[in-house]
Design a protein around this ligand. Structure first.
Ligand code: RB5
Length: 144
């Protein structure tokens, strides 16, 4: 499994630690930046991750910014991307079980690193439930 990860300056410290955490678990990680604490614009890293998901270059994504909202709003413009925001372990499970989120988004300024790690673990270990939830996510794309 290959996971793409991105953050803005607000999430860069957690991103660096989460990359190491995933690599220790044998997951191949592709880092889309940013890699400094200098203020930057989250779409500049979210879009490259979104295109990589569209092309199948990565299987899943993880994104962090201050609130998580900028990353989620940007990534959800990409075809086939379901970026879901999670701020605790229960929501981290449900965003996979019910929404089949293929990108986990976390609000780095509002959770501890320990929590971010626990949410990531929960999301990775949870399976999509299918059934009525599949029917619901199939209704999400806007018909052109
Ligand atoms: C950066 O200050 C902040 O706006 C950003 O990290 C994020 O919260 C945007 O949604």
């Amino acid at each position: 499994m290959k996971i793409g990860i991105c953050s803005d300056h607000a999430g860069v410290e957690y991103k660096a630690k989460l990359i190491k955490y995933m690599e220790r678990r044998g997951i191949e990680v592709v880092n889309f930046g940013t890699d400094t604490t200098e203020s930057m614009d989250y779409p500049d890293v979210a879009h490259p991750l979104g295109y990589a998901l569209e092309k199948g270059d990565v299987d899943l994504g993880v994104a962090l910014c201050g609130t998580g909202n900028g990353m989620a709003i940007t990534l959800n413009h990409h075809k086939g991307v379901r970026a879901g925001l999670a701020w605790n372990v229960e929501v981290g499970k449900l965003v996979k079980e019910h929404n089949n989120a293929n990108v986990l988004v976390m609000p780095a300024r509002f959770i501890s690193y320990r929590m971010a790690c626990a949410i990531l673990r929960a999301w990775l270990e949870t399976e999509f439930a299918g059934g009525r939830h599949l029917r619901r996510i199939e209704k999400i794309p806007v018909q052109q």
